[in-house]
Design a protein around this ligand. Structure first.
Ligand code: NDP
Length: 251
């Protein structure tokens, strides 16, 4: 299965791949894994110091020179996304992969107490920002011979759960958007758009959501990379508008 996928060393050679939220957690692990398999990775995130650390790790491991793109989905405007597309166009001329990974938990709280500003913020970072960024990057994705767009979902984006509020709603909407865009681009044949649920993973976000949980009971971001590599690389060609899981479901 994809969960046990063994990626060949040069899987992503000569591919230009953008990873959002690349400074920490799952995004960091994905950026490192993509670079280790030959990709030129564009590290996007809001905390530059974290992105610089990942940059240095990639260089130290002898990976292709990455690029850093600071961006905060909370304040970003359409112009920022278009400026970004222009910069990437000049530098690379195309985009072969886009991992939408940046995400905000918001608060686990009864809906009755949910703060509307926080709701907006979560929808901005998890849904609207990534959607308009994707729109701006479409011309670059079209220039690729084989490009993979991955949106990060969650189990609460497939079945709602009490207290998960805007986070769950943003992930449900993400799943919907994946279906719309995948169907729309199907005829082009060179861009696939899929959703990926990482499953419970040992990161800061998980710790915030489940403070009482023993982190050692969780898989690390590194351990869930096989599915990320499979879905980013050419072996997943032909899969479009589908939902994937990076881990077996927990009982
Ligand atoms: P982390 O909180 O560890 O990392 C999230 C990343 O997103 C960080 O790099 C963070 O940047 C970045 N980010 C947050 N807000 C913004 C913003 N406004 N603009 C730009 N970047 C931002 O989370 P995970 O690694 O756990 O989560 C990654 C993805 O996986 C998310 O989409 C999450 O919803 C999803 N997921 C995670 C699960 C888990 O168990 N961990 C389970 C299911 C889904 P910074 O470092 O600067 O804060």
């Amino acid at each position: 299965s994809k969960i046990d996928y063994q990626a060949p060393d040069g899987l992503l050679e000569n591919r230009i791949i953008l990873v959002t939220g690349a400074g920490d957690g799952i995004g960091r692990a994905a950026a490192l894994a993509f670079a280790r398999h030959g990709a030129t990775v564009i590290l996007l995130g809001r905390t530059i110091a974290k992105l610089e650390k990942v940059y240095d790790e990639i260089e130290a491991a002898g990976g292709p020179q990455p690029a850093i793109f600071p961006l905060n989905f909370e304040g970003a405007t359409l112009k920022d996304y278009h400026d970004m597309a222009e910069t990437l166009d000049k530098e690379f001329g195309r985009l072969d992969g886009l991992l939408h990974n940046a995400g905000l938990l918001g608060r686990i709280t009864p809906f009755e107490q949910y703060n509307p500003e926080l709701w907006e913020q979560v929808m901005q970072v998890n849904l609207n920002g990534p959607i308009w960024m994707t729109q701006a990057l479409l011309p670059l994705l079209k220039h690729s011979a084989d490009s993979s767009v991955i949106f990060t979902s969650s189990s609460v984006g497939r079945r709602g759960r009490a207290y998960w509020g805007a986070y769950a709603v943003s992930k449900f909407a993400t799943e919907g958007f994946v279906e719309v865009l995948a169907d729309e681009l199907e005829h082009l044949g060179n861009i696939r758009v899929n959703s990926l649920n990482p499953g419970a993973t040992r990161t800061q976000m998980r710790k915030t959501a489940y403070p009482g949980e023993d982190p050692s009971s969780l898989r690390t971001p590194e351990e869930i990379m096989p599915t990320y590599l499979w879905l980013m690389g050419p072996d997943s060609r032909g899969h479009n508008g589908e939902k994937f899981d990076a881990q077996p479901p927990r009982s």
